[in-house]
Design a protein around this ligand. Structure first.
Ligand SMILES: [Zn+2]
Length: 391
């Protein structure tokens, strides 16, 4: 092997070890040795190099309950952080997330109306200006991870369309880079959610996974295949919200009709439960309470939930037939719907999925709660670090 190849091997090994520590919290050095198949001295040297670059921390293990010689514990170093940005209909969400997926800070900056791109850049700029001295003194910031509720072109980070924000062909990532001086990695928000759930959430360790999120502005999707996000030609893959579930359905803003997103939506559920838009975060509790054992829900609510779960079952069946996932993770109000009447979705899914495909597929509710997009967006920003940890 020449020096170049050795360098590549070292870089690959550093990347593997850093990723294992990032994704597994606090593994021991012995575990890393087993997991990588590398020898003990190699792992010790790799860890030492990552410690030197302030990416991981090595500490002596807790001596109690140990059999044999205890092995040092390796943790992600909280000093290495990503900034996350998620523009919403009525707010811009900004976060600080450490290696290891730990959310350190979250600023929910409410806006009186839907933020424009310029307003979003200004808000992020001023929030970061307020944090600047702290960021410079206490952290090593790898960059910004941007999760957008819309189609984000992979090549240049341009938001092609974010229908509910009214954005078209907006170079948000480039504008944020200029305004903040940080590099920006961006993606669709449900794609970021899929990454987060597959690494830290309900799908931890699962390499074939579909994630569907139901929010105020519709249904987003992301597909993880071979452990990687499926991007498609331009980065637009995973738009399961715009697959046909009702050929007699209503028109969709995308130009089609009968899309999952038009047939299954949050607003009618809120109305049926007597909740306002502002009370949307109570939807899960109120809906699950209405369907709790021993409670007879009102017939119009039952009809609505059954109808929505029926259409969701069509979409999940189509999705499973195309991607053959191990797990389908449902976030937002889709998780609430499933929680209310799991048997109805399971039956609809069964009806619309080929028997062999269906076998072993687990449908699960998302595990990361309201931190999911921060964690997912941070993964976008950390990607380059994992490519070359000590660059
Ligand atoms: Zn549509």
């Amino acid at each position: 092997m020449n020096g170049n190849n050795l360098d590549q091997v070292r870089r690959h090994n550093l990347s593997t070890v850093l990723r294992l520590v990032h994704e597994n919290g606090a593994p021991s050095r012995a575990w890393l040795t087993r997991e990588t198949g590398l020898n003990r001295s190699t792992i010790a040297a790799l860890v030492a190099e990552l410690v030197q670059h302030e990416l991981v921390i090595e500490s002596e293990p807790d001596q109690t309950n140990q059999v044999g010689r205890p092995s040092p514990i390796i943790r992600p170093n909280d000093k290495t952080v990503a900034i996350t940005v998620h523009p919403e209909l009525d707010a811009v969400d900004i976060g600080l997330v450490a290696l290891g997926g730990r959310v350190l800070r979250r600023v929910h900056y409410e806006t009186a109306k839907i933020p424009t791109v310029t307003e979003t850049v200004d808000i992020v700029g001023s929030v970061l200006a307020g944090m600047r001295s702290e960021l410079d003194a206490d952290y090593r910031t790898v960059g910004i991870g941007l999760a957008v509720p819309g189609l984000v072109r992979e090549r240049d980070g341009v938001v092609s369309v974010a229908p509910h924000l009214g954005w078209n062909d907006e170079p948000l990532a480039a504008l944020l880079e200029v305004a903040t001086g940080y590099s920006v990695a961006s993606a669709n928000d449900a794609n970021a959610g899929a990454i987060a759930e597959s690494i830290f959430g309900a799908g931890k360790g699962i390499r074939e996974l579909v994630y569907l999120n139901g929010g105020a502005s519709g249904i987003g999707g992301g597909v993880i295949t071979h452990g990687e996000l499926l991007r498609g030609t331009s980065g637009f893959a995973g738009e399961i919200g715009h697959t046909l579930v009702n050929s007699a359905g209503v028109e969709c803003h995308c130009g089609s009709y009968g899309c999952l997103e038009t047939e299954v939506s949050r607003q009618p559920l809120l109305e049926a439960l007597g909740l306002s838009r502002g009370e949307a975060e109570r939807l899960d509790d109120v809906l699950l309470a209405a369907f709790a054992p021993g409670i007879i829900p009102p017939p119009p609510l039952v009809d609505l939930v059954e109808r929505q779960l029926g259409y969701l079952g069509v979409a999940l069946g189509n999705t499973a037939n195309v991607f053959n996932p191990q797990m389908i993770v449902l976030g937002g109000f889709l998780g609430s719907l499933y929680g209310a009447a799991p048997g109805i979705l399971d039956a609809a899914f069964q009806k619309h999925t080929m028997a062999a495909v269906r076998e072993g597929v687990v449908i699960a509710r998302a595990g990361l709660g309201s931190n999911i997009l921060l964690i997912g967006a941070a993964e976008l920003a950390f990607a380059e670090l994992f490519e070359n940890p000590t660059a």
